[in-house]
Write a protein of this length. Structure first.
Length: 117
């Protein structure tokens, strides 16, 4: 099983940040990924795309990391975090845990950028 990873980049032509999550998000790396996402919360106009296309599995600790990050973004004025492209297994977890409606979920990064406009 591949270890979880997050890479943060700026989306070209916009003020959106993209956090690309890959591998597995679980008890063993949720704290590290939470620490990597946290600096994004200091941005003035917070627009974050959580790209989960490469995330193959997630457990309750991983869910907690994502939920806490989204809740923290909602404390900022005009802030938004959008989830992009979760694989079927991850989407199933969101459905089972009733988090599908908690997250704003779209299929592509372009759709997410459009929601920010």
């Amino acid at each position: 099983m591949s270890r979880g990873n997050v890479t943060i980049t700026k989306h070209n032509g916009t003020n959106c940040m993209i956090a690309i999550c890959s591998g597995t998000l679980n008890l063993f790396n949720a704290k590290q990924i939470r620490a990597e996402l946290e600096p994004l919360l200091s941005q003035e106009k917070l627009r974050v795309i959580l790209d989960l296309e490469g995330l193959i599995s997630i457990d309750s600790s991983g869910i907690g990391a994502l939920v806490n990050f989204v809740l923290a973004t909602r404390k900022h004025l005009n802030a938004m975090a959008i989830v992009v492209g979760p694989q079927e297994a991850v989407m199933r977890i969101f459905e089972i845990t009733k988090l599908k409606s908690f997250f704003t979920i779209v299929n592509t990064i372009e759709e997410a950028v459009d929601l920010f406009d």
